[in-house]
Design a protein around this ligand. Structure first.
Ligand code: SF4
Length: 523
């Protein structure tokens, strides 16, 4: 069995198969687009990439049983589809690769008894660090810091290391302080080159037609053009990687946190969908970037930032996901119970920053990491939306949404919901040591969104009070008891404590009215 996010021709599973004897099963099941509302582009990406992959396997001589979305006998659930095939071919054994979601792991683990035959789950060696290796790394540590995990990853891989004993290239582990540039008043000049889109071939066109017919209510938009944004084959994924290395990597580091109207991709790689479907391997991406540095085509600060995302953050959040178990999804450390406002699905809001970032998601199933963390995520954190509602939205609405990456990024990084007692640092988040809460002033500094907004990020009262700014102060006031002991937040709380009681009371009242007006809270 090969799931839709396991399109890796080098996977151990394929090495074990005998094309003359074994049957590969791949399934398009509607359940996967319905258990959370899945953006039409995300759904098309998965299904088109799966169909291309199945064709490649067939061309290599494998026998593939492929269940399409519009197969009249399709029950649209993995387990019942596996049962259907087993009743026909009665295999001795079922094999698959470790899935990307606890929900599916639990399902697969039930099969052996249900199907009456051995079921073997093979490790996913796409990742540099196995689940077991991450557990061993975490065991006995007083606190789990991404930075220390990342340094160990650098030592293990030898990426950007030099000398004996190996030291970080450039004499430092990171260049974060140099990588927070915003664009000047005139914006990026020249505009950053767009990543490539790919010709919509017969398979993708068929998938689009089928998805529109079978799943007509999916959120998000997909035009009827001749191209599709996301790579659906290994060759296209490699082309996207090459394009990033040649045209955007050099500026990626300095501007990785910058945002600008009508510039959705800035200098980001936009490779996460291809990586998460396993069309690309993180090692080849890192090595391509390092070669560009060695040729003098990209500065160290950009290459290090890219490598950090891949072998640091990406593998760290995956480690946390499997380490913490399925209960992690239920964490709600700040006790947030608000609704996700309707404008997350429509983009219709008078907040220019939210309108820009949400429209981009609806139109393109994409937002870069600062748009996710500091705009759409920051708003959800400040206004008190339930973390699971936010996490489900990120899982379904982004082309790269897979549970192992979306859940810890959303619950941990964005919503600070995974708070726990830490021996070294007191109460802190597991993924992030403090909430990434920020007022409208941060958005003003990092983008031009505020230039086109009816609100003013400096105002916290009156008709032009920026919702981010009002909600930011209210967030600090509401969570003072939970957060003020965190040393990284002391400065913020000094500002709160300097406010008069009357000012704080007014902010609490204004924020409550705002949450009601925006649909987070009922009246
Ligand atoms: Fe967003 Fe506030 Fe700036 Fe408007 S003023 S764009 S709401 S941060």
């Amino acid at each position: 069995m090969i799931f839709g996010d396991q399109l890796d021709l080098d996977a151990p599973l394929l090495q074990r198969l005998d094309p003359d004897r074994d049957l590969i099963l791949m399934m398009e099941v509607a359940e996967e687009s319905r258990h959370v509302a899945s953006h039409i582009q995300r759904t098309v990406l998965f299904l088109s990439a799966m169909r291309h992959f199945a064709d490649t396997l067939s061309a290599r001589g494998f026998q593939v049983r492929y269940v399409t979305l519009d197969d009249p006998d399709n029950s649209h659930h993995f387990t019942t589809e596996v049962e259907r095939v087993i009743s026909e071919v009665s295999p001795n054994e079922v094999l698959c690769t470790w899935p990307g979601e606890w929900r599916i792991v639990r399902e697969v683990e039930s099969w052996s008894e249900r199907l009456g035959r051995p079921v073997t789950i093979l490790p996913d060696d796409h990742f540099i660090t196995s689940i077991e290796a991450f557990s061993a790394w975490a065991k006995g540590r007083r606190s789990l810091m991404m930075e220390f995990f990342y340094r160990d990853q650098r030592r293990r891989t030898g990426y950007l290391m030099r000398g004996k004993p190996p030291q970080p290239e450039g004499g430092t582990w990171n260049f974060d302080s140099e990588n927070r540039r915003s664009f000047g008043a005139g914006g990026p000049s020249p505009p950053p080159p767009h990543p490539p889109a790919f010709a919509r071939d017969r398979i993708t066109r068929e998938v689009v037609a089928t998805v529109r017919r079978v799943l007509p209510d999916l959120p998000g938009r997909l035009d009827e053009g001749d191209t599709f944004r996301w790579p659906v084959t290994r060759a296209q994924a490699l082309e996207a990687l090459e394009d990033f290395i040649a045209h955007r990597l050099a500026n990626f580091g300095p501007y990785e946190d910058a945002m600008w109207t009508a510039t959705p991709f800035v200098y980001h790689s936009v490779l996460s969908p291809a990586l998460n479907l396993k069309l690309l391997n993180p090692r080849e991406c890192c090595e391509a970037a390092i070669r560009a540095y060695e040729r003098g085509d990209a500065p160290l600060q950009s290459v290090e930032a890219f490598v950090r995302q891949l072998i640091g953050w990406r593998e760290f959040v995956r480690g946390i996901y499997w380490l913490e178990g399925p209960e992690y999804a239920q964490r709600n450390g700040l006790g947030a119970h608000g609704r996700l406002p309707d404008f997350y699905w429509s983009g219709e809001t008078d907040m220019a920053c939210m309108r820009e970032c949400l429209s981009q998601v609806i139109e393109g199933a994409y937002g870069h990491h600062i748009q996710r963390l500091m705009v759409t995520g920051n708003f959800a954190l400040l206004s008190g939306v339930h973390p699971k509602a936010v996490s489900d939205w990120y899982l379904g609405m982004f082309a790269d949404g897979i549970d192992w990456v979306t859940l810890p990024n959303t619950l941990g990084m964005v919503m600070h919901a995974d708070r726990r007692q830490d021996a070294a640092a007191g109460v802190t988040g597991l993924v992030g040591t403090k909430p990434y809460s920020a007022s409208g002033k941060y958005i003003e500094r990092m983008s031009n969104y505020c230039d086109h907004c009816r609100y003013d990020p400096a105002h916290r009262t009156g008709p032009t009070a920026c919702p981010f700014t009002v909600l930011y102060w209210d967030f600090l006031i509401r969570h003072r008891d939970q957060l003020s002991a965190n040393p990284r937040m002391r400065m913020m709380f000094r500002s709160v404590d300097a406010m008069s009681t009357k000012t704080k009371a007014q902010l609490t009242i204004d924020a409550r009215a705002l949450r009601q007006r925006l649909g987070v809270e009922s009246t």
